[in-house]
Write a protein that binds this ligand. Structure first.
Ligand code: ADP
Ligand code: MG
Length: 259
């Protein structure tokens, strides 16, 4: 069961062309970044702190504008085509899990009754359907992050941007969420761009790893991980996984030296 069509036949979703981002004080956060994002890609942005990963993600989320260059979608972006997950789950503490997941629809002006089934479906997908009436304070860190992911996925977006979503979680929870994230992506069929500074996480999840260096933030190299999906715990302990991790580590070392 292939997750997506063979790489080269995938349609383009979004294109980042020669993007620079300069902050006041002449901080060049990003220099000449280009990236063709295709439907079904799982792309990791991998690099040391300060290499512009979050800046790149915020530009792709349209939360910030490039100083020069452009970011374009192949088709006009519709409501609900984009989901974003940050390192903090940023849930509304005063209301329930289901109401938190409802938020993107509420912002579109939809009623709860209209989308109730979608909310329950996505809560099942993240394994929290029994917690729909719970409040965030009753949930563990991993469960809160699942709610944030459900909220990002509930509109069945074409693209999900994730900025170090699992960095604050313990390793066991992180591994479990890595497995589940791939299963969810396969179900929804979305593209994911995932920021991490973990070689192991990027190799497990991605088919493309964009390795970045700092000062100025820039792309150094793209590492392809052409291991088939679905990827399971067997992949995590395979020689193939170890070999890909070595290749990604080498690219990351090169990026650190370049900085
Ligand atoms: P990363 O996410 O890879 O750690 P960031 O994208 O957060 O890196 O930051 C890249 C560079 O841009 C850093 O030098 C950071 O200090 C700087 N930077 C990020 N955001 C701002 C901002 N709003 N104002 C000024 N400098 C910023
Ligand atoms: Mg960051």
């Amino acid at each position: 069961m292939p997750k997506v069509a063979p790489f080269d036949s995938r349609a383009e979703l979004m294109r980042v062309s020669s993007v620079d981002k300069v902050f006041p004080g002449n901080v060049q956060a990003l220099k000449d970044m280009s990236l063709a994002v295709r439907e079904g890609d799982f792309i990791s942005l991998l690099g040391p702190s300060g290499c512009g990963k979050s800046t790149a993600l915020r530009l792709m989320a349209d939360l910030s504008r490039p100083t020069s260059g452009s970011i374009e979608w192949a088709q006009p972006r519709g409501k609900g085509d984009l989901g974003v997950v940050f390192q903090e789950p940023t849930l509304m503490p005063w209301t329930t899990v289901a109401q938190n997941v409802f938020l993107p629809f509420r912002l579109e002006g939809k009623s709860y009754a209209e989308v109730k089934d979608d909310i329950l479906d996505v809560l099942k997908l993240v394994g929290l359907d029994k917690f729909q009436n719970a409040y965030p304070r009753e949930l563990s860190g991993g469960m809160k992050m699942r709610v944030a992911i459900a909220r990002a996925m509930v509109t069945q977006p074409k693209l999900i941007l994730m900025d170090e979503p699992f960095a604050a979680l313990d390793e066991i929870t992180r591994f479990k969420l890595n497995n589940d994230l791939l299963a969810m992506q396969a179900r929804i069929g979305c593209t994911v761009i995932f920021v991490t500074h973990s070689v192991f996480e990027s190799v497990f999840l991605s088919d493309r790893i964009v390795v970045m260096a700092a000062r100025p933030g820039r792309v150094i190299e793209e590492v392809r991980v052409d291991a088939p999906y679905p990827r399971t715990e067997d992949f995590r302990t395979s020689a193939e996984y170890a070999a890909h991790c070595r290749a990604a580590s080498r690219a990351l070392e090169k990026a650190m030296e370049a900085a």
